[in-house]
Design a protein around this ligand. Structure first.
Ligand code: GAL
Length: 436
């Protein structure tokens, strides 16, 4: 019999944020001592940026599953607050440079790990892939992304859907705007209508510490204008950043921000989700970690809120995948390996992804297993197998750190000067410098 995700979480004891955070503190470090029957006691320092409600809850769920198999390992939560790793990525880079790696850290499959791989700071995980049979069981897109120079450098834990629009259904129905605007033009028309009714059209943080949310919106608009065949070419040498489709996307970005951002500038992503959840704002364009926060808030899918591919991106699945690594010099290598095995296992992935709004990265998801997931995740699973899959910029797949930093600087300038032509020039210059 299938059980719903809510029931699954309830059974695991994680129905509320406070239940989740009782185990793991939101920021900094906390320890959960576990006394078990077998194995020598050891500890495991896990670095991530999962501190918000739905994220911390999903991490707690994974830690509980991990402790079932590793009761003697003390979990040390070294999470650093800040959506999309806004602060964690810099802190991680500092630690790695100082030769003080955590036992394992949250990375993102794809270019986000390239600097660490090239600097020789990670262990090749080929031995684990072989031992655990992951070469056969992991989805082929992910299997490719975990490799560089023919070796595996990370274990994928989830697949997140990036190009999703979330809508408050009550508000949209009342204002007679669609919950799923299909084109960018329809979306802008709906935003205007919501603004005219005195409500916040789009919840989005735009202050410099939150400008990854603008980058997230920008990449959805670029995918809408360019389509899934051209988007990946932007990340290769010779990609066309100067053409009309990029111009159109950036002009739309300006138009959309003009309609909304001054009302919501300082919001974190989860505060923005909460605004939509409460009906204080109509829309948010955000990854599907928003689904987890809506579930925690007790909202009902299709009744209180709805989702759809971000405007203009139907038929495309813009994705990211959180993964874990084995840094060379990890103080507790055996405990880190036990964690990686959990991340690659069916139970580990199910416990985490079902609570995170994500889907598991394994190739085959059984019928019974599907019963653990809610209607949103089932939709996302179907999209994963029926649409064109392309990698995310904001969430680590297509561009390495230095390129992302150049784009971040261009976006920060744009939020102040609102000049799409200048932004396009800066983006083209960054591609010229960094495309390999
Ligand atoms: C993404 C990450 C997700 C989620 C999100 C918001 O980069 O892949 O797991 O945590 O940031 O913080």
């Amino acid at each position: 019999m299938s059980i719903s995700r809510r029931a699954f979480l309830a059974a695991a004891g994680f129905t509320t944020v406070s239940a989740g955070t009782a185990l793991l503190s939101g920021c900094g470090s906390s320890k959960t001592s576990v006394t078990g029957e077998s194995g020598a006691p050891s500890s495991l320092e896990v670095f991530s940026w999962w501190t918000e409600g739905g994220e911390a809850n999903a991490l707690s769920s994974l830690v509980s599953e991990f402790h079932l198999h590793n009761p003697n390992i003390t979990f040390i939560n070294r999470s650093v607050a800040g959506g999309a790793g806004a602060n964690a990525k810099a802190e991680l880079a500092r630690r790695m440079k100082a030769g003080n790696p955590p036992d394992t850290f949250q990375g993102q499959a794809g270019a986000m790990l390239d600097d660490y791989v090239d600097a020789g700071q990670l262990e090749d995980l080929g031995f684990l892939y072989q031992q655990q049979g992951w070469d056969r069981s992991v989805n082929s897109t992910l299997l490719q992304l975990t490799q560089r120079n023919g070796k595996h450098w990370s274990v994928p834990l989830d697949i997140h859907h990036i190009n999703v629009i979330w809508a408050n259904k009550h508000l949209c129905d009342r204002l007679k705007v669609p919950t799923a605007p299909t084109s960018v033009a329809d979306f802008v028309a709906a935003l205007r209508k919501v603004a005219a009714a005195g409500k916040v059209p789009l919840a989005i943080g735009t202050t410099p510490d939150q400008n990854w949310q603008v980058k997230h919106l920008m990449e959805c608009l670029l995918v809408a204008e360019l389509g899934p065949a051209v988007w990946p070419t932007l990340w290769q040498r010779g990609g066309d950043w100067t053409g009309q489709p990029v111009t159109q996307a950036l002009v739309a970005l300006k138009e959309i921000l003009a309609l909304t951002a001054n009302q919501t500038a300082a919001l974190t992503w989860d505060q923005a989700s909460a605004m939509v959840g409460r009906g204080d704002a109509a829309y948010q364009i955000m990854g599907d970690w928003t689904e987890a926060s809506f579930t925690l808030a007790g909202l009902i899918a299709h009744k209180d809120y709805d989702w759809a591919p971000a405007p203009g991106t139907s038929g495309t699945f813009l994705f990211a995948s959180d993964c874990f690594t084995l840094p060379k010099g990890a103080k507790d290598r055996d405990a880190a390996i036990a964690w990686l095995i959990e991340c690659g296992s069916q139970n580990g992935q199910d416990s985490f992804t079902a609570a995170k709004g994500a889907i598991p990265p394994r190739a085959l998801i059984g019928g019974t297993e599907r019963g653990l997931f809610d209607t949103y995740s089932l939709w996302s699973m179907d999209q994963w197998t029926s649409t064109r899959i392309v990698g995310s910029l904001t969430h680590g797949v297509v561009a390495r750190a230095a390129w992302n930093a150049a784009i971040d600087a261009a976006i920060t300038a744009f939020v102040t000067d609102r000049n799409p032509a200048r932004l396009q020039t800066a983006l083209a210059a960054a591609a010229h410098t960094y495309a390999a």
